[in-house]
Design a protein around this ligand. Structure first.
Ligand code: NAD
Length: 367
């Protein structure tokens, strides 16, 4: 199993080192190779996604990604900015399914802005279609209006569109993911107003016929936004389009209150995936050894589950993270009175200890 390790910028190298350490502790036949990406790659070779990094990612079964970006690159032309590396990887690897779990560990319920009883034990998975919808639909642009409320005035427009195969493939992904969980899918649409989403609903319903063991319900996006803050535990797997998914996945993620705890994955049709924490490169705390590595460690668990077909190993990591939290260890972002404050490395070490039952020293591979 080949893993391309792309630490990136800011806290990226610190948190990825901990995830690599945890992966090595599992003693699986994993081949990990590291390459620069984002600002680090721009500094080294003048491009945020150099051909050698892209080739490494393409030839791997999965990519473990840290984070990219720093305000110092804000003045660079858009194509050379660190964030372009993520867009380039998504496009080149054909990543169309974005997985964003929102899990609220019982020890961290106080971090949520919702009442503890609403979020305690929360475990939902938002699956967002990543390559279609109004974000990429053509035509788009600006023009002079020929009709509408103000003919002759300047206007802007985008096109919302989904083809049948695009909806079918994301629906299959959602039903298959639900089979690994509690076998319930909620498809979110706006079928009452939008033709595109009536079609979405029809196609998801059609695909569902192949998954009689999975329960499907449909919900309008406005209601879904409301239910996520009213009764989030009613959801298990939520599948939706690019724009609704963009908004709902951030809303769901924030229910847990701790950005340093949130993993994510983007997969293609061959289950090859890019795994990264939901947060950015946090330049404000980079190099201080205080970043929370758990989102990246949990991303590595997702990688084992979805790309490397080792759900047993994913379970081991997730249980170890639960054990470390239960033992009261907290990085500063999730710390509260009575808990033990630890840094990035100590948190990674504690997860390794929870996995192996012994303290070990591991060197990460440098390119
Ligand atoms: P950010 O997520 O990097 O940071 C937001 C806040 O959360 C900061 O206060 C930061 O210290 C904190 N934080 C984030 N991750 C943390 C962790 N693991 N542990 C503890 N605290 C953590 O978002 P930002 O500040 O808006 O963006 C900083 C840079 O990251 C920008 O250049 C942005 O473009 C980039 N970015 C990259 C990605 C990515 O690589 N996928 C995603 C979002 C933002």
């Amino acid at each position: 199993m080949k893993i391309a390790v792309l630490p990136g910028d800011g806290i990226g190298p610190e948190i990825v080192a901990e995830a690599v350490k945890v992966l090595r502790a599992l003693e699986l036949p994993l081949e990990m190779e590291e390459a620069p990406v984002g600002g680090a790659a721009y500094e080294a070779s003048g491009h945020p996604l150099p051909p050698s990094t892209l080739a490494l990612a393409k030839n791997a079964d999965a990519v473990l990604f840290g984070a990219v970006g720093d305000w110092k690159y804000d003045k660079l032309e858009r194509a050379l900015r660190p964030e372009q590396a993520i867009l380039g990887l998504r496009k080149e690897l054909g990543l169309f399914a974005n997985f964003r779990p929102a899990v609220c560990y019982k020890e961290l319920t106080h971090a949520s802005s919702l009442k503890p009883e609403l979020v305690a034990g929360l475990d939902i998975l938002i699956i967002r279609e990543l390559t279609g919808d109004i974000y990429f639909g053509q035509p788009r642009g600006r023009r002079t209006a020929v009709d509408g409320h103000f003919p002759g005035s300047e206007e802007a427009f985008d096109t919302m569109r989904y083809s049948k195969p695009e909806i079918e493939r994301i629906a299959h992904v959602a039903f298959q993911a639900a089979r690994q969980r509690s076998k319930r899918v909620t498809s979110v649409d706006k079928a009452n107003v939008l033709e595109t989403f009536q079609f979405w609903k029809d196609v998801v319903t059609e695909v569902h016929a192949q998954y009689p063991d999975v329960e499907l319900d449909h919900m309008y996006v406005d209601n879904a936004a409301m239910q996520l803050v009213k009764a989030p535990k009613r959801f298990d797997v939520v599948v939706t389009g690019n724009m609704f998914g963009d908004i709902l996945s951030d809303e769901a993620a924030m229910l847990t209150g701790s950005i340093g705890m949130l993993p994510s994955a983007s997969l293609n049709a061959r289950n090859q995936g890019l795994y990264e924490p939901s947060h950015g490169s946090a330049p404000d705390i980079a190099g201080q050894g205080v970043a929370n590595p758990l989102a990246t460690i949990l991303s590595a668990a997702m990688m084992l589950r979805y790309s490397l077909q080792r759900p047993d190993a994913a379970d081991r990591i997730e249980s170890a993270v639960g054990a470390v939290l239960a033992a009261g260890l907290r990085t500063p972002d999730i710390w509260s009175e009575g808990a033990t404050k630890v840094g990035t490395r100590a948190m990674g070490d504690a997860v390794v200890e929870a996995i192996t039952g012994k303290t070990i020293t591991i060197k990460t591979k440098k390119s």
